[in-house]
Design a protein. Structure first.
Length: 285
């Protein structure tokens, strides 16, 4: 091959490679769930690039992707309670970067946004909340600690990153403190049981008093009724009489007036004859 032709061929190949490289440098693709920050010769574009395909100036511009979908990170935290007890916690922080904050976060905060912006403020908020509670209250008021920490962290971050939620996975106390809290809870349960037993006995006693008062009142009313209406007793006797003549049997010798008398019912007329025995005769005192 002639040297001039070879040179032209090499030049054409180099030109085509340059065009391919320039074309690849002049385009970009932003993946779903991310936004792009366009940087041209060190200058940041004020608007974030949306997801999808786009073009840019080759060689002098590059696109930095920033994730905007929700992320979850684990965060250990060490804090102290109001009674100066060390409490170790394991948190999970759910957060996301709003599209309006993408460029500002890229410009103002180096590294991973969670490490440089979210984690320090969540830990600070948690320490402020737990410092106002005893170790026992921290364990009992788990949901309250989480809610107050979330609110304080959002206020500190000031909307630059949206903290969706904070999950308190583990709360670890010293073994001695856990034993003391368990013993106190057992004592409180026993005291509550004793109070319940005492209240039950008191209620039963009051019920018995009320029942006795009711019975006494009923007796008093019945006595007043009998006193005001002497014929009421005769009426009750008549109502309860079965129609049989009574038989009075003396308990002592005849005519001496000693011993007890018993009133026995007479058999129905004809019953004694049917049975083959004579009818009893009323005894005299």
């Amino acid at each position: 091959m002639h040297p001039s032709s070879l040179g032209k061929l090499i030049g054409s190949v180099i030109f085509i490679l340059a065009l391919v490289i320039a074309a690849s440098q002049a385009t970009y693709v932003i993946q779903p769930g991310t936004r792009g920050v366009l940087v041209t010769l060190g200058k940041v574009s004020p608007d974030a690039l949306p997801e999808g395909f786009g073009t840019k100036a080759p060689f002098i511009s590059h696109v930095q992707p920033v994730l905007v979908r929700q992320q979850t990170r684990t965060l250990p935290a060490e804090c102290y309670s109001s009674d100066l007890q060390q409490v170790n916690m394991q948190l999970k922080v759910l957060y996301r970067i709003p599209e309006a904050s993408v460029v500002r976060i890229y410009q103002d905060y180096a590294g991973e946004p969670f490490d440089s912006l979210v984690a320090p403020r969540v830990q600070e908020a948690l320490k402020e909340v737990t410092a106002l509670q005893s170790a026992e209250q921290i364990v009992k008021r788990r949901e309250e600690i989480k809610t107050r920490t979330l609110a304080a962290a959002r206020e500190k971050i000031d909307g630059l990153i949206i903290v969706e939620d904070i999950v308190l996975e583990n709360i670890n106390l010293s073994r001695e403190l856990e034993t003391a809290i368990e013993a106190k809870m057992v004592q409180e349960q026993e005291a509550a049981k004793a109070r319940f037993t005492q209240q039950k006995a008191q209620i039963e006693a009051e019920t018995a008093i009320i029942r006795a008062r009711g019975e006494a009142e009923a007796i008093r009313i019945r006595g007043e009724a009998l006193r005001d209406t002497p014929g009421l007793i005769q009426l009750q006797i008549v109502e309860k009489w079965d129609g049989r003549s009574p038989l009075v049997v003396g308990g002592g010798a005849a005519g001496d007036g000693s011993g007890a008398n018993f009133i026995l019912p007479l058999a129905q007329p004809g019953a004694g004859a049917a049975a083959g025995s004579p009818s009893p005769t009323p005894a005299r005192r």
